[in-house]
Design a protein around this ligand. Structure first.
Ligand code: HEC
Length: 203
């Protein structure tokens, strides 16, 4: 060590050995700086779908679709919506559909903005539970409420219907005033018995 050359600095008699960083380290440092703008452009400023966040969203949606294999293609009608209203984990999928597509017009909690309040007891286009699915599928108000049949999977429409049906009666504070007319309550929720394990294996 004592053979190593010294720099010219001397402060109060304290001297400094001249130990430069190894060449490979310096080049690695420079290479990573040169690499970074390309990385940034590709992942953060490039085409949609490349960022880690976008990829996560895609993976999540794919996973949801995979789970759809479990339930098959659902029928969009009152009894099916009623059945899924009671299944918490599926209602959560409906909630994520709502958060991604509906809050801009119906508000974060369904309290209504451009679109009507979904948390009161009054509806404009809905008389029975199945109508919720129909309105979402086909749209309403001459397109003021867009149709979702070509943008969402049929199961997503059923599940978001179940979520919206569950919003009824929550009367979120500061919501839009009630529109339309008050309708009779939804049918009693259908609570299914879980099939016994051996029964499930047969079906
Ligand atoms: C561009 C704004 C907009 C978006 C986005 C939107 N809606 Fe609507 N929605 C409306 C409007 C406006 C109405 C009322 C139509 C009318 O006046 O007949 C409505 C009506 C409804 C109704 C019937 C309410 C009633 O009182 O009859 C339901 C249910 C509904 N929307 C659910 C949804 C769901 C679920 C989504 C997301 C998948 C969604 N909406 C997205 C604007 C929107």
């Amino acid at each position: 060590m004592s053979e190593a050359p010294k720099t010219d600095h001397a402060y109060d008699g304290i001297e400094e050995y001249d130990n430069p960083l190894p060449g490979w380290w310096k080049w690695l440092f420079i290479a990573s700086i040169v690499f970074s703008p390309f990385y940034w452009v590709y992942y953060h400023n490039g085409a949609k779908g490349r960022s880690v966040e976008d990829q996560y969203g895609v993976a999540l949606a794919e996973n949801t679709r995979l789970q759809f294999a479990e339930i098959g293609d659902l029928k969009l009608d009152g009894p099916t919506i009623a059945k899924f209203m009671a299944k918490e984990s599926w209602v959560k999928v409906g909630e994520s559909v709502f958060r991604a597509n509906c809050v801009s017009c119906h508000g974060r909690e369904g309290e209504g903005k451009v679109g009507p309040n979904l948390t009161d007891e009054a509806y404009k286009n809905v008389a029975v539970l199945g109508d919720i699915g129909k309105v979402i599928n086909n749209g309403a108000g001459n397109g003021a409420m867009p149709k979702w049949s070509n943008r969402l999977h049929i199961n997503e429409i059923v599940l978001v219907s179940a979520y919206v049906a569950n919003l009824r009666g929550q009367n979120v504070e500061g919501g839009r005033p009630a529109e339309g007319r008050e309708i009779p309550p939804w049918p009693e929720p259908v609570v299914e018995e879980e099939p016994a394990a051996d029964e499930e294996a047969k079906s």
